[in-house]
Ligand binder design. Structure first.
Ligand code: GLU
Length: 303
């Protein structure tokens, strides 16, 4: 059972949740400062969450630079940051609840095996294998059909496995797909009352092979534990909200309002990436930019 944090005096709670796996760029600055402006306008609290479950790619050095860059652009947070790598027990407990309900199963196919199965199926049927909204093929394994004894045998065997949500079983247990309130817009302008489409994602990973959590799981658990009422993030995560709403319903968690904002793109219209130096806040600062220049570059007012 997840103990949801209670918003203090009914105040709205916003969060900015970057991953310290590279340098923050203009897109992060926009998301952070937009969150802060909305939080302040609503008289709400602004929280910072460090999404570092991938402890290989997220390093203390990246985190240090990230915090320095956030302070430099004038981002403020109202409580000590929550660092996900310190809370694996919370995610593990949530996974155990779903395992006990038979809603997650151990999935053993390696990436190569999955690719080979998909290629075989595509060759046999002549049809494209279904892909999720991020373009990744849906998981082709059939371990969801195993009995609970067979699942337990895999779990106790010590063989490499991820934990995947049995999406059909999850949807059946909910009875109907959840909705959410979108105050920003999706990639096709979707706004207002949005019906989640979890079926598009198939059996998502909730516990990675190497890490007892995944982005979807940790994000939903933490939004609840931190009492987040407003999730303001980039439009690239609009479709992920379908998975997040299913998890919130399975765990009986409160439903935040969502605001998916525009993405800052490069001169070719492509999303910025952490591997591109010229839009990194640190590089811009080294080249003489000031925080107000950053605000102007991302279309925020400077007064
Ligand atoms: N950690 C995610 C990222 O850096 C953001 C997750 C979220 O806002 O839900 O893209």
């Amino acid at each position: 059972m997840i103990e949801a944090g209670r918003p203090e005096n009914g105040k709205p709670v916003f969060r900015f949740a970057p991953s310290p796996n590279g340098l923050l760029h203009l897109g992060h600055a926009f998301s952070a400062l937009l969150n802060l402006a909305l939080a302040r306008a609503a008289g709400g609290r602004m929280l910072l969450r460090i999404e570092d479950i991938d402890t290989q790619r997220c390093t203390p050095a990246h985190e240090k630079r990230m915090l320095e860059d956030l302070e430099w652009i004038g981002f403020e947070w109202d409580a000590p940051p929550r660092r996900q790598s310190e809370h694996f027990d919370d995610y593990r407990a949530a996974l155990d609840d779903l395992l006990a309900e038979g809603l997650v199963y151990p999935a053993t196919l390696s990436r190569g095996e999955a690719r080979r199965r998909i290629a075989r199926a595509e060759a046999e049927t002549g049809a494209d294998w279904p892909r999720d909204p991020d373009g990744a093929p849906l998981y082709p394994g059939e371990e969801r059909l195993l009995s609970s004894d067979e699942r337990d045998a895999i779990l106790s065997s010590g063989c490499d496995h991820a934990l995947r949500l049995d999406m059909s079983a999850a949807r059946a247990s909910l009875g109907s797909d959840p909705h959410w309130r979108e105050e920003g817009a999706g990639p096709d302008g979707q706004a207002g009352d949005i019906a989640a489409r979890p079926v598009d994602w198939g059996d998502v990973v909730l516990g990675r092979k190497d890490i007892p959590a995944s982005y979807h799981l940790a994000c939903v658990i933490d939004d609840a534990l931190q009492g987040v009422t407003h999730v303001v993030r980039g439009r690239d995560l609009f479709h992920a909200t379908s998975v997040h709403r299913v998890l919130q319903e399975l765990f009986s968690l409160a439903e935040p309002v969502y605001f998916h904002h525009d993405l800052i793109v490069d001169e070719y219209g492509a999303k910025l990436s952490k591997s591109r130096g010229d839009t990194a806040l640190r590089e811009l600062r080294a080249a003489g930019a000031r925080p107000d220049d950053i605000r102007r570059m991302i279309g925020l007012s400077t007064d």
